[in-house]
Design a protein around this ligand. Structure first.
Ligand code: ADP
Length: 410
């Protein structure tokens, strides 16, 4: 089957076209055929598309909205000579990344009117993301027709196994009852993929998976996975909580909102935007949200604030690992994923420096060798806890879930 995987954001659309079916899933033989993204939808958009194994094509065009963006993707796919994909009819199903499934969804589902209503219900929990996801679902209906199967794969679903003690905030309980104010967690598809990949490559049954997974990208989160289930994670009601991220602050004292608002003359909404868009690595360094650039600044210019941003980032990750080691009563493996986690031996090394007390030790030769998508173990043989790198692949999991749902296997 050819599955189109869509990730629709407020001003961007990312896609992958993946050939997979039950047999290929079993054999880990799925094949990515094409991928790409359109950024700055709503104005002069930038399109970046690539057929697998060929050089990417970059172009610019005015693109009004998500339906127009999807049309541009379909037009481009149809114009390529991709084996088995000549026109719209050769795309068998569409899988969507949906950010917020609230308490409605603990797994992926095929989309029908009832599911769509529940996703709409979660808009107030993810006002920037869910409306774009819904637009993507509706655009597919219009362009492909109502009959095409569409699946929703939620960022929050994997974390629905969190126990109350982990998901409730210590605020009046009525706020949870009345408004569903609680921690949901995000990046669930990534944490689930990493845990899945770990257990299949190591031949461990799901219920014996006890790992800490780290998704360190532009957004960053960590999950404690015990007996195969997520029992705690660092993001909360929204993706703002937890680790230091590219532009998000992560954990802070909520009283900051009032004080910063009063001092800087900002509304609550503006202050929350400041915490989401101008904080984190960018806010501390005053330079960039990009970890690679920060590492270069620290190395080449000895920039104090670049170094500080890196230090705070790694310190926070280390603290969370320590907390989750306690929450889980110890773990078998700590697994790094996400753009930073998969590529930066330096950051992994700095994080693990703070974990020596736990008997965690990296083999620096292996650590340096596991970059650029290389999967494997980076801890020493006698490290008390194993440390691994597993490149994440949320799109693959979305494509596979779509296939499984169509065959009634979920
Ligand atoms: P997203 O969370 O948006 O999917 P990614 O997972 O692609 O983002 O991660 C982006 C982050 O990964 C950026 O901060 C980028 O600088 C960082 N990154 C990518 N390659 C490297 C590298 N070689 N060294 C350090 N950081 C890197």
């Amino acid at each position: 089957m050819n599955i189109l995987v869509l990730n629709c954001g407020s001003s961007s659309l990312k896609f992958q076209l993946i050939a997979t079916d039950l047999e290929r899933i079993e054999q880990n033989a799925d094949q990515r055929l094409a991928h790409g993204m359109i950024e700055r939808i709503g104005g002069a958009a930038i399109l970046n598309f690539a057929v697998e194994g060929k050089t990417a094509e970059k172009s610019a065009a005015p693109i009004r909205d998500i339906p127009s963006a999807l049309e541009a993707v379909i037009r481009w796919i149809s114009a390529q000579s991709i084996e088995g994909v000549n026109n719209l009819g050769d795309i068998d199903a569409v899988g969507h990344r949906v950010v917020h499934g609230g308490e409605y969804f603990s797994q992926s589902v095929l989309i029908n009117d009832e599911v769509l209503r529940a996703i709409e219900d979660c808009i107030e929990l993810a006002p920037l993301h869910n409306p774009a996801n819904i637009k993507g679902i509706q655009a597919v209906k219009e362009i492909f027709g109502k009959a095409i199967p569409q699946a929703a794969v939620f960022d929050t679903a994997f974390h629905q196994t969190l126990p109350e003690k982990a998901f409730l905030y210590a605020i009046p309980y009525q706020l949870y009852r009345r408004h569903k104010i609680r921690r949901y967690g995000f990046h669930g598809t990534s944490h689930r993929y990493i845990a899945y990949r770990y257990r299949t490559t190591n031949h461990i049954p799901r219920e014996r998976v006890n790992v800490i997974t780290l998704h360190l990208g532009n957004g960053c989160s960590i999950a404690a996975i015990k007996n195969g289930n997520s029992i705690d994670t660092s993001m909360g009601l929204t993706p703002l909580e937890g680790l230091v991220m590219g532009t998000r602050s992560g954990d802070l004292d909520a009283a900051i909102l009032e004080l910063v608002g009063a001092k800087e003359g900002l509304t609550i909404h503006e202050t929350v935007m400041l915490l989401n868009k101008q904080s984190g690595l960018l806010g501390i360094s005053g330079l960039t949200n990009d970890m690679r650039e920060l590492l270069a600044e620290a190395e080449e210019s000895d920039d104090r604030r670049a170094k500080l941003a890196i230090e705070i980032f790694c310190y926070r990750v280390g603290k969370y690992i320590g907390a989750y080691l306690a929450a889980m009563n110890g773990t078998d493996t700590i697994i790094f994923g996400g753009g930073i986690g998969e590529n930066s031996a330096k950051i992994r090394s700095l994080i693990c420096e703070n974990l020596k007390w736990f008997g965690i030790a990296l083999d620096e030769t292996e650590n340096s060798a596991h970059v650029g998508g290389r999967e494997g173990t980076i801890s020493t043989e006698d490290s008390r806890t194993k440390v691994c790198v597993i490149p994440t692949n949320e799109e693959l999991l979305i494509a596979r879930d779509t296939v499984r749902l169509i065959h009634g296997k979920i």
